[in-house]
Design a protein around this ligand. Structure first.
Ligand code: PRT
Ligand code: ZN
Length: 226
């Protein structure tokens, strides 16, 4: 549990959300001494520590109360929430702010040559994805009997490799789909980065005060960029 007196914030160590998240923390006046290989970074002017981890770990760290705040993509957050709910683990969190970076969509894409007449064309088919819970929820909502096949990487090559009939993956420009002979069909989830807080009511008064002092600064930075 996060019983340290210092506010603990989880950020992606190295990836698409890292630079913008660190830039936001710096823009709200938090001085950070980040050393590349270290898991922990201490602020030099605030009682704040950063935990630098893989993005996949961030929802769980917040939901288990190991950290107080976290920067995470809504896609990963929602997937992990569904996974933890199914496993009977704590899955609560509070969104403090939706941010202006990390934008992408989770979409179903099919091979160019497939005769796709809508989601019903996937009846009885296999769809490769890193987001099986989000995808199966969508299938259920649509009343489709299709199977989500979990792949941690290289999802876009699954149809060519004969592993699946279609894919469901994150898209931003669409260049990756095009390069792999795939066409985007159904957007199942739209995502941005969010700043979340543990929702178990365990933040000390000091930490709560600090968070309440920082949030108007976050709003100021977001507003200035509009
Ligand atoms: O190592 P770690 O586990 O921390 O990182 P990761 O490799 O899991 O994640 P990372 O850094 O790739 O992405 C982190 C988050 O950034 C995602 O969870 C999304 O919330 C967000 N994001 C925004 C994206 C994209 N845009 C994106 N385009 N994440 C991934 N992609 C990938 C996508 O999977 C596909 O392979 O980029 C490719 C498609 O891009 P386009 O431009 O060709 O469409
Ligand atoms: Zn990841």
């Amino acid at each position: 549990m996060s019983n340290s007196k210092r506010l603990r914030i989880a950020v992606q160590k190295s990836g698409r959300l890292s630079d913008d998240s660190i830039a936001l923390l710096k823009a709200i006046g938090i001085k950070l001494n980040i050393r590349d290989r270290l898991l922990i970074a201490h602020s030099t002017n605030q009682p704040i520590d950063l935990l630098r981890v893989r993005d996949d770990d961030i929802p769980g760290l917040v939901m288990d109360g190991v950290v107080d705040l976290g920067f995470i993509g809504e896609n990963e957050l929602e997937e992990k929430m569904l996974e933890r709910k199914a496993a009977g683990k704590p899955f609560e969190y509070e969104v403090l702010r939706r941010l202006d970076y990390g934008g992408c969509r989770l979409s179903i894409a099919v091979p160019n040559e497939m005769d796709y007449q809508g989601i019903q064309s996937l009846e009885g088919k296999k769809v490769a994805t890193t987001y099986p819970y989000l995808l199966e929820r969508y299938f259920k909502e649509q009343g489709i009997n299709a199977k989500a096949v979990m792949l941690q990487g290289s999802v876009e090559v699954a149809p060519r490799a004969g592993v699946a009939d279609a894919i469901c993956d994150l898209v931003s420009t669409g260049a990756t789909l095009e390069a792999n002979g795939l066409v985007e069909k159904d957007v199942i989830f739209r995502s941005k980065a969010v700043l979340i807080k543990r929702a178990d009511g365990e933040l000390s008064d000091e930490k709560e005060t600090l968070v309440n002092r920082l949030m108007p600064r976050v709003d100021g930075v977001l507003l200035a960029k509009e």
